[in-house]
Design a protein around this ligand. Sequence first.
Ligand code: GLN
Length: 496
Amino acid sequence: MSEMLEATAADLGRLIASGETSAVEVTQAHLDRIAAVDEQVHAFLHVDTEGALATARTIDEARKRGESLGPLAGVPIGVKDVVTTKGIPTTCGSKILEGWVPPYDATIISRIRAAGLVMLGKTNMDEFAMGSSTEYSAYGPTYNPWDLTRIPGGSSGGSAAAIVAREIPLGIGTDTGGSIRQPAAVTGIVGVRPTYGGTSRYGIVAFSSSLDTPGPMARNVQDAALLHAIIAGHDPRDSTSIPAPVPPVVEAARLGATGDLTGVRVGLVREFGGDGAEPGVREAFDTAVESLVKLGVEVVEVSCPHFEYALAAYYLIAPSECSSNLARFDGVRYGLRVGDDGTRGLEEVMALTREAGFGPEVKRRLIIGTFALSSGYYDAYYGQAQKVRTLVTRDFTRAFEKVDVLVSPTTPTVAFPLGSRTDDPYQMYLADLYTIPMNLYGGPAISIPCGLSEGLPVGFHVMAPIMSDERMYRVAAALESELTPLPAPDLGRTGG
Ligand code: GLN
């Protein structure tokens, strides 16, 4: 495999800025890699070959004119297909948006373009980001490069698989309940959910507006931090965007990489102990905690008694919000329209369009959400879930009075076999057992690889207080410096 495909994003940026290599060469190498392996992996829904090469040429020309380039200028990136991209199809993994070409860029895309990154295309995902395996994509699943018979996680499974398959060094995902961290964990990459409101939701097709958070995905902590710094920051177009400076994530990742965590207090959540995680995952996690101790941290056990209700609350709040958000897909404004032959009324056309355009998991959520919000049930379900959300938040606030960060395994299991959970939604939902509390609270969290179990990656999860994203970067970078990096997966492996 070419060295260019193995390089970090930071190194690629340096080589391009110094003229040792060109953005066009780097882009072409990654496009060639996509052409060679994506038939097996199916990480991409759309590859923008010409657009990417054109952007790369403008970067090379800017350098030749003597303009100074940013740290990631010319570096390829893939973007989850839930993010609107001007002139480039955006499907959200759904048939209902097939053929829709957005007339505008999401804020994070404008920032990515302004920083000179080269967008290679749009990556596969569970329909409207609902799922944990990318099997709910209407365009077929993505396959985990570590074992092509297994799921790459979801809903940002396309970006995760593409990054670990060396098709791209950087990606964008969105995390509503774990959709950046869980796929990162089961593919052995780094995935970050920034503080809610730390990255703009403008132009991110809404699933659950009070939870949705776009964030960076990469093969190492420093690269994730560099991308984080580019996409984060206040956006007046998003009313929930936080008007405060971006936490110093790049500096924190650098500081962490020096490998000293003396005085940092790390909390283990008592309620996350027990038999929630399978033994191989628990073992890799425990070994990583020992490494943190070697780096100087103090480990403290904390209790978060309401975390056990977080999953149930999430599965009322997220469906409720999506039942409202997805009402806009009515066959009139976007994409698909079914049955509009002059014989039917508006409501019938809407119903036929939604029946044909949405897949089973989206329909399940719309039904649950509509029910939970209906009068007479609102207080019993949605209202109750919001109270639980407050209690989970209180657990975090109290825990962070005692510790700087909390840690846990990212997922209870390694990547599971394709098809093994699609008929059992509850089993699918359990994949986010450890990630969902953080979404209810709104704080930042990162997953980094911490070894293999049965030959498959295990993720280590670090959670920090709201707007203290730098803390988790510091701890994650230090741990990363202590652990042996995972090798590139052998794409030939299947089964086992
Ligand atoms: N797996 C969770 C769900 O299905 C989380 C999804 C997400 O974070 N977008 O809702």
